[in-house]
Design a protein around this ligand. Sequence first.
Ligand SMILES: [Zn+2]
Length: 236
Amino acid sequence: MPTDWRRALAIVAHPDDLEYGASAAIATWTDEGREIGYLLATVGEAGIDGIAPAECGPLRVREQRASAAEVGVTSVEFLGYPDGVIEYGTALRRDFAAAIRRHRPELVITLNHHDTWGGTAWNTPDHRAVGRAVLDAVGDAGNRWIFPELAEEGLSPWDGVRHVAVAGSPHPTHAVDASAGAERAVRSLLAHRTYIEALTDEDPERYCRTFLDGMMAAAGRRFGGRPAVAFEVFSH
Ligand SMILES: [Zn+2]
């Protein structure tokens, strides 16, 4: 995994998207003194069947902030796109490009933009739209003539993104040793407690541990044996 970066911005669709794996890598990176911010397109208000959106949104914002804090991330922003029906387009690209110009990261992290998680496990429309718009917005952020209104608002172009790391991709190219971050990754996923309690009858901690251990062991089998988080990395 590239190490030639100091600042990262993680852009995903929903609360919990980064906690199903990526947060183990994020914990090891914040340990090294790297700066990481989170930007979420939605507040995840449509994510829990038994809780209406007006109540669910604020609750998931609180859980996401607590979850980020477990892995050393304090900057968490929400764009407020409608959960479940995000449309790929220039509005999304503009908002992501604006955030990239504000944060000036060398690494951008996002979640699987492919149609599936591998095989026939269909991905969700929000993940596809957001992931693709993130990959596109990296170019937009560096070009002053795309979204010229951003420069007028004082957001100068930023062409310093060297890599985009896609978590959960069915085509991983790189991996991070997750040994040091694994325990905090479990706590960060567990922080989405209301969501997880609605998702499964299993004990929440056992559910988080089983899922993450399995995922990190599977990545480790391909990348040198130790528990790992795998990414598909696009370099510029
Ligand atoms: Zn999601």
